[in-house]
Design a protein around this ligand. Sequence first.
Ligand SMILES: [Zn+2]
Ligand SMILES: [Zn+2]
Length: 254
Amino acid sequence: MRLKVLGAYGASDATHNLTGYLIDDRIAVDAGTLTSKLTFAQQGRIEAVFLTHAHADHTRDLPHLIHNRFNQNAPPLTIIASIEVMERLTSHVFNNEVWPDFEKLVSPLTGRAAVQYRALSPGKRVTINGVAITAIPVHHLVPAAGAIIEIGSQAIVFTGDTGPTQAIWKRTNKTDGIVAVITEASFPNDFQQVTDESGHLSPQTFAGELKKIDKDVPVYASHRKIPFEKKIESEIRNIRDRRARVLVEKQYTF
Ligand SMILES: [Zn+2]
Ligand SMILES: [Zn+2]
C-alpha cells in the first residue's frame, strides 16, 4: 500500500498541514488537507473519503473536494463515516446553509449526483470498490471512529483523534495483514491535563497505547500541535519501543 501523508498536524500554517491521508491515490482518510495539496485531476481519481469525525481540522477541504467533483466527469465520490459522525456532517455542514447537500444535486457533467453518503455501523466490515473498511469508535470529545482499511492482503489502522482507547486495538490485534498504525500525539507530556481533557494523546499516553497493540509494525504519531512539534517528536523518539515513530508529510510504501 502507498500512503501519501498530505497533512500530519493538528493545526495549520504555511508549512504544516491539517490531517489528510491518501491510500493508493484512491482512498482518502480525513479531509483537513486534500484539495489544497492535490491537482484537480488527482481529486477526480479519489473514489472514497473516510471521515473519522466532524471537527473542522479533519473536514476543512471536504466541501471543496465535493464541489470540484460536481464540476468533473468522474464517478460519484463516496463519503464514508460512522453513523454518528455522518449525522453530524449532514446536519451541521451539508445542510444547505453551510454548504449544499450535493447528494441531492445532479452534476451537469455526469447527469447524476457527484457524491453519495455511506454511514457505517461500528465494527461492521464493509467492502467498497474492493477496499474493506471497518469503522471502530475511539475516545474523543465528539463522536469519532477510526478505521481499519484493507486492500489486498495489507491493512492500515487509522485512529484519527483519540485519547486512550480499547476497541480499535482489540480489532487490530485480530486483523491479518496490518502493516502500519497511524494514531496521534497532540501535546507534549507536560501538557497532560489539556491532552486528557481534549480527548487526545501525549507521547506518554501514546506509549501506553503501544502496549495494547500486539502487532510488530510501525505505529506513527500524527496530529502534532505546531508550537510543541519538536518537543513531541523528541519525546516520541525517547519511547523505549522501536515501533514508535513520528509521522511526517511524505509518501510511505508498505
Ligand atoms: Zn484534530
Ligand atoms: Zn478532533
